[in-house]
Write a protein that binds this ligand. Structure first.
Ligand code: SF4
Length: 270
């Protein structure tokens, strides 16, 4: 995650969001390497929510990897067992199509480096792909919020640009790609977000402009946001303002899912 210089960095959606939230936050994390454990600073309830989310992601990873869960269900908490039943009803594993859980794709297109980390890619035999992202916080996924969110923009773009090796037809057209944010606390709330060629072109221009802007800055030009409301939820508040954050949003990339880094593929473009 720590970059010696910005040419080394693969920009994740989290990195781009950090920069948009506060350039100094981006610098502290991705250039200075200041990093705290995922549940740092949270109260007991927040830590519990984070831990349940981490376990759910692991459970889903194993289910879609093997088609079953090896450990006894008796070992799961009541809540996790319920969530898992809902998950199997919502997106059952089967032998048709391909399931790629906790999968990462890296791309490098003339120095525009991006990484997308997917909870689950489900690829149908006729060449469509659904990106599933598990949310386990207390609120219902808000589709309108996610429609223009950097996570959606990055996920779809990387797959359309660099995911062709996973397609049975040799290409994922934007129209073949959709994203579903799903929360087992709200199992019936399912609103796929689609994609189009027009949106792909728009997203490409946006990402190139944003990454180019970040890479053009000198170290001292990563300045603090002028909106101090953002600091209330920032893990670097103790350094900037001498106070603890009220609540720190946890990024999934901070959670440890025992990722197999050898499986991460970088797609180069000539
Ligand atoms: S506390 Fe505020 S100024 Fe400091 S890094 Fe975080 S968002 Fe930026």
């Amino acid at each position: 995650m720590l970059a010696k210089n910005l040419d080394d960095l693969y920009f994740s959606q989290s990195a781009l969001i950090s920069y948009q939230t506060c350039p100094l936050k981006f610098r502290r994390r991705y250039l200075d390497g200041l990093f705290w454990p995922a549940d740092w600073g949270g109260d007991k309830n927040q830590k519990e929510v984070i831990e349940q989310g981490r376990l759910f992601h692991l459970l889903a990873q194993r289910y879609y990897f093997l088609g079953e869960v090896p450990q006894s269900k008796e070992l799961l908490s009541q809540q996790l067992a319920f969530w898992f039943e809902e998950l199997k009803k919502f997106r059952p594993y089967h032998d048709n199509g391909k399931f790629l859980p906790e999968h990462e794709i890296r791309m490098n297109d003339n120095g525009i480096k991006l990484v997308a980390k997917y909870d689950l890619l489900y690829i149908t035999s006729d060449g469509r792909v659904v990106i599933y992202d598990w949310k386990t916080n207390n609120s219902r996924p808000l589709t309108n919020y996610y429609r223009n969110h950097l996570q959606t923009i990055t996920y779809r773009y990387v797959l359309a640009k660099a995911g062709r090796v996973y397609s049975p037809t040799g290409i994922f057209r934007p129209e073949d790609i959709s994203v579903i944010y799903w929360n087992p606390r709200y199992p019936n709330y399912v609103e796929p977000i689609g994609y189009s060629q027009k949106q792909f072109v728009k997203d490409e221009l946006f990402l190139i402009k944003l990454i180019s802007e970040i890479k053009s800055l000198d170290y001292d030009q990563f300045i603090a946001t002028g909106d101090q409301k953002r600091c209330i939820y920032c893990e670097y508040r103790p350094i900037c303002h001498g106070k603890r954050a009220i609540h720190v949003e946890i990024e999934e990339e901070d959670m440890d899912f025992d990722l197999d880094w050898e499986s991460i593929e970088e797609i180069q473009f000539s």
